[in-house]
Structures are given as C-alpha cells and as structure tokens.
Design a protein around this ligand. Sequence first.
Ligand code: ATP
Length: 140
Amino acid sequence: MAGNITLEVVTPDNAVVSEEAQIVMAPGEYGEFGVLIGHTSFLTTLKVGNLRYRDKAGSERVVFVSGGFAEVLPKKVTILAESAERRKDIDIERAKDAMKRAEERLAAKGREEDTDFLRAQAALQRAISRIGVVQGQGGA
Ligand code: ATP
C-alpha cells in the first residue's frame, strides 16, 4: 500500500509529534521495528531510545523517547511515553549534567538491588540516549 502513515508521539504534558511519515522506526522492547502504512495492528512496549522517522518531505527526524508504549494500526502509529523530545528540543548541557549526577550516584552506591541504584541506572540510560540523539547523525 502506498502513502504516509500518521505518527503521534504523546507525553503526559505534550503532543510532541503529530504528522505524516513515510516510515517510522521505533525502539521496541525486543528490538527496533519499522512501520509503513498498511502494517498489521499490534501493541508493544518500548525501551529508552531513539524514535526515527522520515517525514512526508523525505527528511529524517529523530525523537528521544523514555520508553512507553506503541500502538500500531494500519494507518497510524501512536507512541505514549513518559517523556519525549525532538532532537532540536534536547538541552545537551542538561543531559550531560544528568549523566554526571547518575554516574556519581552509581559510583557511591554499588548495590544493584538498591532502588536508588536502579533509578540512577535508568537516569543514566536516558541521559546517554539524549546525548546520542543530539550527537548522532540524522535530522532535526
Ligand atoms: P533531568 O534529571 O535533567 O530532569 P530526567 O531524565 O530525569 O532528566 P525526565 O524525567 O525524563 O528527566 O523528564 C522530565 C521532563 O524534562 C520531561 O518533560 C522531559 O521532556 C524534560 N527533559 C529532561 N531532560 C531534558 C533535556 N536534556 N532536554 C530537554 N528536555 C528534557
């Protein structure tokens, strides 16, 4: 089937993306998956990472997502994430500060079953991923 698929990326605070895309690549819990118009419907969880898509003009776009859910329908992909930012909206200094804080907490803790340790690990993952979105190749 030819044509574009509608992409919506929604957080509790924001509609981060609402546009047509030629293709969407999302960081599924079990690996990255690609969606074109006409895809079979499914629902899956996402891990922290980059959502990539080609907009209707053919430009590559990258959006950080902090995990969440994806609902794929034949004409629409909806991403529900706790936080998400387009590449141009990521504050790199904030992400570097978050990375440093998380590394300091991990160095001070060292007990994997500790809640703070797990929180710091998750924060570190988000920070590394945001920095990767900004520093990686690809569109806005
Ligand atoms: P921080 O410790 O810097 O708050 P975090 O990973 O704990 O980072 P989140 O809980 O994922 O932050 O997000 C909280 C809010 O702040 C969300 O609205 C998210 O979009 C925004 N946000 C977090 N980090 C950044 C960043 N580096 N650039 C832009 N927005 C950010």
